[in-house]
Design a protein around this ligand. Structure first.
Ligand code: CA2
Length: 149
């Protein structure tokens, strides 16, 4: 049976494809969702793809993932660099969590070089654009299957 992986996207990622295309490319979040649905089919995963601009909602979704999912892929957006609450919520999970960034945060402004999420994450993918989402699903599939919901 397919296990469930939450794919959570944080603030401003709903704007992808409309602005900042030099950094993030012209791909939209809807394109990424479609790409994830295709990868999920191939990997026999059930994916639940969400985006929010609210920190508390991301935290509620992480708690929900702890109850009903076998893994989480999260692009926390700018909360990556500010949120101890996200750090704590991810730390409380026993399912694998992959932190994902479209851009290479280490090649950008210095305020993006620190992540509060990374020390709590199982693994990190950054700088590979939209392809990172497919790679994250490929990486989490065996771990999520072992975790098994
Ligand atoms: O590279 C990533 O995926 C980021 O998580 C994207 C965040 C940024 O704050 C992180 O440092 C790295 C930004 C999300 C998208 O922001 C947009 C803003 C305007 C127009 C389009 C996207």
């Amino acid at each position: 049976m397919a296990v469930t992986v939450f794919i959570l996207n944080g603030p401003n990622l709903n704007l992808l494809g409309q602005r900042e295309t030099a950094i993030y490319g012209d791909v939209t979040l809807a394109d990424i969702e479609a790409q994830c649905a295709e990868a999920a089919k191939r990997l026999d995963l059930s994916v639940d793809f969400r985006q929010t601009n609210h920190e508390g909602e991301l935290i509620d979704w992480l708690h929900e993932a702890g109850r009903v999912a076998s893994g989480v892929v999260i692009n926390p957006g700018a909360y990556t660099h500010t949120s101890i609450a996200l750090h704590d919520a991810i730390r409380a999970l026993s399912v694998p969590v992959i932190e994902l960034h479209l851009s290479n945060i280490f090649a950008r402004e210095s305020f993006r070089h620190h992540s509060y999420v990374s020390p709590s994450a199982t693994g990190i993918i950054c700088g590979l654009g939209a392809q990172g989402y497919t790679l994250a699903l490929e990486a989490i599939q065996p771990m999520a299957s072992a975790a098994g919901t």
